[in-house]
Structure formats: C-alpha cells, structure tokens
Design a protein around this ligand. Structure first.
Ligand SMILES: CC(C)(COP(=O)(O)OP(=O)(O)OC[C@H]1O[C@@H](n2cnc3c(N)ncnc32)[C@H](O)[C@@H]1OP(=O)(O)O)[C@@H](O)C(=O)NCCC(=O)NCCS
Length: 228
C-alpha cells in the first residue's frame, strides 16, 4: 500500500533536474519555492526519486513515527526523543529546505513514480560533520532496490545542498537491510557501542561509515558497474 499523502507529478524527469515549483501569491507575483527535484533513477521497482520534502508531506512523516508506521523496537528508538506529534510537525516545518547551505537540518522526500514513499533527513553539525537518516516509509516497496539505486544521488544531493564536509552513516548492526545497502558502496570504518547516537535512537551497537564529497564520483562508478 502506498502512502495516503501522495504528490502526483509527471513520472519522467531528467536525472538531477533542477526544477522549482512556480507559485503565484495573491498579488500575482511569481514565487519560486525551493522544492527541487534532485534526482531520478530507474530501479526494478520503478522510477525512484529524491526531492525536497514539502509542507503537505510532513503529516506522512508524523504518521510514520506516531501512528504505527515505524518499527520502533527494531529501529531501537528512544521514544522520549520522539516528542509529541505536534512537536514533530513543528520540527519538520523548520526542516523544509530553505536553500541556505548552513541550514542545520534538511528533510527530503524519497519518491517512487512521483509518489512519496519515504524521507531522508540530513543533520549538519559544527566542523562540517553531517549525519543522515533514511526511511522507506511504504513497507510494500522495501527490498526492491530503491535505496541502493538512489544511494549515489542521495550523497551528491547532501553535498550539493549543504556545506557539510564529511557524512557519517551510523547504523545499528542488527539492521540488515540498511547495512546490506551501504555495504555495496562504503566499507564499515568502525563498529562499537554508541552511548548517544544521532537522531532518535537509544544507545546500542552501531557500524560507522564515512563519506566525503570527493567520494561522490566513485559512488556513481560503483552504481554503474553494478547495473552494467
Ligand atoms: C533498511 C532500508 C533503508 C533498506 O532500503 P531498501 O530500499 O529496502 O533497500 P534495497 O532494496 O536497496 O536493498 C538493499 C539490499 O538489502 C536487502 N534488504 C533490504 N531489506 C532487507 C531486510 N529487511 N532484510 C534482509 N535484507 C534486506 C535487499 O534485498 C538488498 O539486497 P541485495 O541487493 O543484495 O539483493 C528500508 O527497508 C527502510 O527504510 N527500513 C525502515 C527504516 C530503516 O531501517 N532505516 C535505516 C535506519 S539506519
């Protein structure tokens, strides 16, 4: 089942199309909103894509966390960090991309055939350190190659839209799906018990992997080899 909060857009876009939505305000002035499509990539599930999360889609993220979408136990979530649904609505409103590369948190939509199927969040910290989170919300499209197909585009998008210098992937060692996806592109650099993990997670055993801007071309080469 696809999410209730879907956004219908033309299914076919060029890769990395820099498309802004054009809106008009009541005075008839054209307004350009930073709702950019960052990438599309065919995969076996269909046309996967990445674009800025839109305000109307925040409710889908809130429902994922607060109405039974996310497997909180499997994800090792510290429910005390989740806040209330209203807290989360407020947080995500401030995470919609503004275009400022120093924005501390940016939320992006993951799409399949132009429908919202998940989201990703980039957290930017001091000294150019970034941490990302990635959730395919629609369970019926998991394990169909979407995250693997989008991985190089995802990393390019983070470095294109934020001034981070290095991205850390911090993944629970027991999360087989996410680790199998990352194993294709980036080796585990260290594994250990993390007492204060990024995001909503409780302390636990995590793999750490690091990616820099300079790695981006290599990630696309790996993807090209795997589909050749
Ligand atoms: C984990 C997750 C990100 C994987 O995304 P995905 O789009 O399903 O990943 P892919 O389809 O690209 O799969 C990558 C590989 O992992 C495998 N895989 C995916 N989910 C799996 C699972 N639950 N168990 C075992 N293998 C799994 C796929 O079969 C594929 O293997 P292959 O390419 O060798 O055949 C996605 O399932 C998800 O968002 N889950 C809930 C939230 C979550 O765990 N986020 C990550 C937090 S760190």
């Amino acid at each position: 089942m696809r999410l209730a909060h879907t956004v219908h857009r033309p299914a076919c876009r060029a890769r990395n199309a820099a498309t802004h939505n054009r809106r008009r305000d009541p005075r008839g002035i054209a307004l350009y909103k930073h709702s950019m499509i960052h990438a599309t990539q065919l995969c076996r599930a269909g046309l996967a894509g990445l674009r800025d999360l839109e305000k109307s889609e925040i409710e889908a993220v809130v429902a994922y966390w607060h109405r039974g979408g996310a497997d909180l136990a499997h994800l090792g979530v510290d429910t005390a960090r989740m806040g209330t649904p209203d807290d989360m609505r407020r947080w995500y409103r401030s995470r919609l991309r503004t275009g400022d590369k120093a924005q501390p948190q940016i939320a992006y939509a993951i799409t399949l055939d132009a429908n919202l199927v998940g989201y990703t969040l980039l957290n930017r910290y001091e000294r150019g350190i970034g941490h990302s989170h990635w959730h395919i919300i629609a369970r019926d499209v998991r394990a169909q190659g979407i995250s693997s197909a989008l991985y190089p585009h995802r990393i390019k998008m983070y470095f294109d839209t934020s001034d981070i210098q290095r991205l850390t992937h911090q993944t629970l060692t027991r999360n087989i799906g996410v680790n199998r996806m990352l194993d294709k592109f980036v080796a585990v650099a260290e594994t250990g018990f993390v007492t204060n993990p990024d995001g909503l997670a409780l302390p636990g055993e995590f793999h750490m992997r690091y990616v820099t801007r300079a790695d981006v071309p290599r990630l696309f080469e790996i993807a090209a080899r795997s589909t050749a």
